[in-house]
Each structure stands twice: as structure tokens, then as C-alpha cells.
Design a protein around this ligand. Structure first.
Ligand code: ATP
Ligand code: MG
Length: 561
């Protein structure tokens, strides 16, 4: 449902929107607005990326600007087309459209020429020290670093070496190109940062073996922004300390009035999970989850499989907003966003997760009637459906108790009357048990005058229970998910985050029984299972053998933990 700006409730601008409005007013870059979303194709997108996507694309949409997708593919050792494809799919699924797709690798030629210009101008040199030696000379925030012995080598020498680095004459790790700035600078990023390194061990997913040297993030990002015409380069707060270097590199070659400007906002972190592609990759590679799209993962594809909607993710991000301060958001907020979104949209159905047979002894044998039920009482357009009713039903095992006290409102022999959802009122009369004392069948009698919707159907009883017809219901597998990690902020604990995984984050229930039509549910179909939660059909479903993922319980259940 599209809401125009005029209809949308007035919401105060976030600080980035304020900056943008101000820039438009002052005619910065001619009042033009251009953003980009710049993922590195080294993993699947997670909900943290969704926060950046909503801002990058949202700003362009709101202010009539342009937002491009740019793959920041400067490290072939970690990147792959598999990731490129998944990133595009996930952005589209979230509901955003880019104007163009660019790749930082498109600029390898230009960046290489720019690096050579730096060398000629005495602003860069080839350093032949090892990474360890370079790190040792870096100094600390309070102590200056030391100059490399190669720092003052002649430009022609560096130029020659850099070209030979790119011809593959030197092994990976033996040399780097460094910017010659200031080893005593208070900003560590200015202490002769590395501009280029040799990578020969992996081909690039687009340029193959054409290049042997690859630019570092800092030497590629601002330049790419500039080449594309980006005006507002939005990124997360950890890049704030890189911003002076972003500006420094631009200062060295930009002529004219147009300049991209970097702005930073807070990263998204969520309790009880990790928000880093590197850690997620580890979980996938070590088989600690079933894949990037494991429904417990905070990846976009995992959340999609779990049953999250794009609307719920966008609503959540809108609620938490953008600030200049790092924080960890409560997972309960994310879950309440998907509940709010699904509640009026999805049909409410009967699914019996732990079934026990119920026989209604005074209901005629061989009869099956069709009872009409509303799909969603909160949605007048939700329509109705029919449920098959007969003498033999399944109910939840927990809805029957052989010996119950007076606080138990559900079925118990000699106990209270209970309504079967959208059907009749029944009263338990007894049960049958197996050798271990486990109830196998519950017996009850029904009141034929009490059918829901009939003249006698509005007699009030204390509780309503769910049921499905034994013969026509479908058997289902149901997967329940708990928090992936046992502690609120596994990344902040120090030590090995994998030891903090919740060993009970997945419970698989087999032999569940669901209404007949759910047997044909297609991957992605969403439902409310009455009293249990919101569920989404998994791609593992087969015709007549559905598999459901619990997206979220009906109420916040983590809060009490
Ligand atoms: P990770 O740390 O998970 O590997 P990253 O920052 O390396 O993430 P990129 O592919 O470089 O991932 O990120 C693309 C864009 O998404 C960047 O602009 C980055 O600032 C933003 N981004 C990444 N993680 C988050 C997050 N948790 N919250 C908000 N924005 C994020
Ligand atoms: Mg990154």
C-alpha cells in the first residue's frame, strides 16, 4: 500500500535528512542528490545492511535523487558472484530499485593511473617491508610512528616497482604502495596508509587475472564516489575516522566545485545475534547453521525464509531511526514489527503441534460437516473458509488433563464445558491411556445446539480450543526457533563467540496436524497458528507434506527470560 508524503504521518527528519535538506537549500553540488549502496560482495546481506539500504535508497526517493548499487569488489580473495546475485535479489525483495549497477572494479584502470600520478607527485612510494614491520612502525595513538626506510626512494624507482608489481613480478605480501603523508599524524589513518597491495592467489570474479595489484578501501571508496557523481556518501560510524583521509585523497586530484561528502550514522546491532558477515560466514562454513538462509540467521534471506516481510523490516528500521550513537537494539522490537505487520494480513488457522485424538461419542459416525470460519476477524476483507468437522478430531495434548483442579479451564473429565473453535461446545467424559500411562484418546460429548453462528451458538464458555479433523487434516513438520545466542551481545563478550551459541535454538516437531488446505502451502505462505504464533511455509515443503517455520510467537516470550 503506497502512502504519499502528504498522507504519511508527519515524522521529524532524521539528522541525515536535515543535512540533505540543508544542502539542497544551499545549493551544494547544484542541489543534486545522489547516493549509493556499496556492499562488498563477500557475504549475504544482513538486516544491518537493510538499515543502510533504507537510508541510501530512501534519501534518493524522498528528494528526487539517484541511488546506485555499487559493488565494492576490491578484494578478490573474499569475493564471489554468488554474493553479487544474492545482494541484488535481497535489495529488490526489500522493495528498492537502483538506477545503475556499478563495480569498483570498473575503476581499476582509473585508480591505477591515479596511483601512478601520486607516485610522480611524490605522494606515494613502494614499501618492501613485511606487513609485520609496517605494523611495528605504526606507533600508537599517543606515540608517533617511524618512517619506513623506503619512504624517500626516488619516484622513478617506485613507479617502476609499482608497474612490475602489477605485472606479477613479485609475490603477494612482498611489497605495497603507501601514501606518503605523516607518520606522526594524530589520526592513525594518515600514517602512510597502504594504497595498493599485491593479490595473485585468487582471480577476481569480474576481471580475472588482469590485475595483480588491488586498491585498498580508502583509496577506492571516495574516488569511486567521485567518478560516479555521488553527493552524499552515507556509511556507518566506524568510518568517521576515515573521513579525513577520504577528503585528503579527493583533495589531491579533484578540480572544480563538485565534491562527494561522507556522512556517518550508527550501525544496527540486535540483541542475541551477531551482525558481521565474517562471523556469519564462519557459522555457515562450520555447519553451525544450515546456510546463509538458515531461519535463525539475521541475514535478509534467513529472515525471508523465517517469514519476515519486507514491510516489517522497513517498519522496524523506521522505528529505531538513525543517530550518531552506537547502541544495541532489542530483538523484541524487531519481533513486534513483524507481529504488527502480519496480524491483520494473514489467515488464522488451526495447527495442532502435539496432537492427541478426541472422539465425540454422541456425534454420528460417518458424517463430516463443513463449518465456516472467518479467516481473520481483524480484516473485513479476509473472507471465510470451511473446516471439516467429524466425530474424530485432533486437539493439543496440553488442552486435556485427566485430573485437573478448578483453575484448569480446558478439557478434563467431569470438568468444564469448552468450545471447539468455530464449532461446538463439548465436555470431556474420559480418556484411554497406553501402558506407559500416556493419554491416547480423549472422549467427549458435544451439545448439538451449540454450533457457532447458530441460534444456540452464543452460549459463553470459559475457553476455546483448537482442533482439526483426523481424516482430512495434513501432517506437518514444524520448526520452532529460539534465540541463536545465549547472551545479549555475543560480539562484546570477548573469547570465542561460537561458544555462546544457544544449543536449543532449533526444535523440530514432527507429526503435527494442520487443516487440510495447509497441506498445499507454498514456500513463503504465511499464517497465524491460533494460540501458537506466526508461521511461514518453508521451501522444504512438498505437496501434502508441508514444513512450517515459526516466524515469531504471538507474544513477546523473551522478555521474561
Ligand atoms: P560486515 O561488518 O557485516 O562485514 P560491512 O560493513 O563490511 O559489514 P559492507 O558490504 O562493506 O559490509 O557494507 C555495505 C554498507 O552497509 C556500508 O555502507 C556499511 O556501512 C553498511 N552496513 C554494514 N553493516 C551495517 C550495520 N550493521 N548497520 C548499518 N549499516 C551497515
Ligand atoms: Mg566492509
Amino acid at each position: 500500500m503506497a502512502v504519499t508524503a502528504e498522507e504519511a504521518p508527519k515524522k521529524s527528519l532524521n539528522f541525515i535528512e536535515q543535512i540533505v535538506e540543508n544542502d539542497i537549500k544551499e545549493g551544494v553540488n547544484g542541489g543534486r542528490i545522489q547516493t549509493r549502496f556499496p556492499p562488498e560482495p563477500n557475504g549475504y546481506l544482513h538486516i544491518g545492511h537493510a538499515k543502510a539500504i533504507c537510508l541510501d535508497f530512501g534519501i534518493a526517493e524522498r528528494y528526487g535523487g539517484v541511488c546506485n548499487l555499487r559493488f565494492d569488489d576490491t578484494n578478490p580473495a573474499k569475493e564471489d558472484v554468488e554474493y553479487v546475485d544474492s545482494i541484488m535479489e535481497d535489495i529488490k525483495w526489500l522493495g528498492f530499485h537502483w538506477n545503475n549497477v556499478y563495480y569498483a572494479s570498473d575503476y581499476f584502470g582509473k585508480l591505477y593511473e591515479l596511483a601512478k600520478q601520486f607516485i610522480r607527485e611524490g605522494k606515494a612510494y613502494v614499501d618492501e617491508q613485511s606487513a609485520e614491520e609496517i605494523a611495528r612502525q605504526k606507533g600508537t595513538p599517543t606515540e608517533p610512528g617511524q618512517n619506513s626506510p623506503y619512504r624517500d626512494r626516488p619516484a622513478e624507482e617506485s613507479l617502476d616497482l609499482f608497474e612490475r608489481m602489477n605485472r606479477g613480478e613479485f609475490a603477494e605480501g612482498t611489497m605495497v604502495l603507501r601514501a606518503k603523508i605523516d607518520m606522526g599524524h594524530s589520526n592513525m589513518h594518515f600514517r602512510d596508509p597502504i594504497m595498493y597491495r599485491i593479490i595473485t592467489s585468487h582471480p577476481h570474479h569480474r576481471t580475472g587475472r588482469e590485475w595483480k595489484v588491488y586498491p585498498m578501501y580508502d583509496f577506492a571508496h571516495g574516488q569511486s564516489d567521485y567518478f560516479e557523481g555521488v553527493t552524499h556518501s552515507l556509511c556507518t560510524l566506524e568510518f568517521e575516522v576515515h573521513r579525513p583521509l577520504y577528503d585528503y585523497y579527493l583533495d589531491q586530484f579533484v578540480k572544480g566545485d563538485y565534491r562527494p561528502k561522507q556522512r556517518e550514522f550508527n550501525r544496527l546491532n540486535i540483541t542475541y545475534t551477531v551482525m558481521s558477515k565474517r562471523k556469519m560466514l564462519q557459522l555457515v562454513q562450520e555447519g553451525l547453521v544450515s546456510g546463509w538462509d538458515d531461519p535463525r540467521m539475521p541475514t535478509i534471506c534467513g529472515m525471508r525464509r523465517r517469514g519476515y516481510t519486507p514491510e516489517s523490516i522497513r517498519a522496524f528500521i523506521d522505528r529505531i531511526g538513525y543517530t550518531k550513537y552506537e547502541a544495541v537494539n532489542d530483538v523484541a522490537l524487531l519481533e513486534s514489527a513483524v507481529r504488527d505487520d502480519l496480524k491483520p494480513r494473514v489467515p488464522r488457522v488451526c495447527a495442532i503441534l502435539d496432537p492427541v485424538r478426541l472422539v465425540i461419542t454422541n456425534y454420528p459416525e460417518g458424517v463430516r460437516e463443513s463449518l465456516v470460519t472467518e479467516n481473520n476477524p481483524d480484516n473485513p476483507e479476509g473472507g471465510t473458509r470451511e473446516m471439516a468437522f467429524s466425530r474424530e478430531l485432533y486437539i493439543e495434548r496440553g488442552d486435556f488433563m485427566e485430573q485437573a483442579d478448578k483453575d484448569f479451564y480446558r478439557l478434563s473429565p467431569g470438568g468444564r464445558e469448552v468450545r471447539l473453535k468455530s464449532a461446538y461446545i463439548i465436555r470431556a467424559t474420559g480418556c484411554e491411556k497406553d501402558a506407559e500411562g500416556r493419554v491416547t484418546t480423549v472422549y467427549a460429548e458435544y451439545d448439538p445446539e451449540s454450533k457457532s453462528g447458530s441460534a444456540g451458538g452464543n452460549r459463553k464458555v470459559k475457553s476455546t480450543i483448537n482442533w482439526v479433523d483426523v481424516e482430512t487434516s495434513a501432517e506437518a513438520e514444524v520448526r520452532l526457533y529460539d534465540l541463536l545466542f545465549l547472551c545479549e551481545n555475543p560480539s562484546a563478550e570477548g573469547g570465542d563467540f561460537r561458544e555462546l551459541l544457544n544449543p536449543e535454538s532449533l526444535t523440530v516437531l514432527k507429526g503435527c496436524r494442520v487443516e487440510a488446505f495447509l497441506g498445499e502451502a507454498k514456500a513463503g505462505d504465511k499464517f497465524q497458528f491460533l494460540k501458537t504464533g506466526y508461521f511461514c511455509a518453508d521451501p522444504d515443503s512438498e505437496a501434502g507434506r508441508p514444513v512450517f517455520n515459526r516466524t515469531v510467537s504471538l507474544k513477546d516470550s523473551w522478555a521474561k527470560k
